[in-house]
Design a binder for this molecule. Sequence first.
Ligand code: DI6
Ligand code: FE
Length: 405
Amino acid sequence: VGNQVDRVWRNARIATMGDSGTAYGAIEAGLIASVGGKIAWVGRESDAPDFNAGQSIDLAGRWITPGLIDCHTHLVYGGNRAPEFERRLNGESYQQIAATGGGILSTVASTRAASEPELLRQSTPRLAHLTSEGVTTVEIKSGYGLDLETESKMLRVAGDLGKYGNVRVSRTFLGAHTVPPEAAGDRDGYIASVCDHQLPAIAADGLADAVDVFCDTVGFSYQQTRRVLVAARRAGLAVKLHAEQLSDQSGAALAAEFGALSADHLEHLSEPSAQRMATAGTVAVLLPGAFYYLQETRLPPIDLMRRLNIPMAVATDCNPGTSPLTSILLALNFACTLFRLTPDEALAGVTRVAARALGIAGLAGTLEVGKACDLAIWDIEHPAELSYAIGFNPLYCRIAGGCDG
Ligand code: DI6
Ligand code: FE
């Protein structure tokens, strides 16, 4: 049988998100066929060969997009910071809260205290919310352990979440997130333990695909960040950076120098650093959830990025302190309303460009033959509806590797 395929989705409108130059890479009256979890055919139904399909699904004109990709999250953590949120709204300052064990170190304490099954139990609903909105790939960072044992625990939980949730998980080691209490403020000493102890062990255990550093005044300096990037390169891991979120440390230029997959946040990105990113092909990951939650006023330089053709991804930054956001659709809306991305740019930011930010552009992010059959199928009339609505989820169904769920 010449055209035997597993499944066919027909009578669909398809936003391939390919780089074709047409909006959304759209195909009207389209059809997708899958074999072995991959896309075997995509195009206009009238051009399709006669498929002999195990299952044929009539989508009645619904839209198909690539399964969405959230390329920057910290969604594995213990506890939450709602009590701290409440204290701040009752007038206590961030410093007062930090002095009484609040802030990021309170999440470190609850993440260390949680057993591995408990951490999995607490993190599962966050991932489930993302997948309920069509996410089929998620990046998850460590960074609330700040010791080898807890960083490894977080990354194992991230891997388990992927298995149980039928999601592709990309894992990032963020041991250089902040200084742990036991380092007593010795940042250089802690960075040495990240480079010489934690990172090589994480790499040897195959627990991470990439390494990230919080390069900022409240995180680590340019020189400290550079030491971690050198160690990552030595271990053969890809790199990315939290850069220029609260101040300009030239982190984005450093990311470009090391051939990083992405530089993330970038509210304080300078033009020279942007030029280096453009030359190196570093993706800019925009995180409008953190911008919103911190009530920032300084926008990332979107027009400059457009002018320099820097690819822009969009992600939730899901974390308990600065972006307790588990909605990729709300991130799309924020990207448009707060950062003035177009809906087409925003959707590319959670599909094609997000795949590139994770180094999996050959595998996911667009609907093309040979890529994974990861689909989000929507009850919408136009793809702009995905970023237009606030807090509405029109997902009809989600397909990961050709399978439902
Ligand atoms: N940037 C952020 O905004 C978060 N981490 C980072 O590197 C803050 C994380 C937290 O407050 O828990
Ligand atoms: Fe982050």
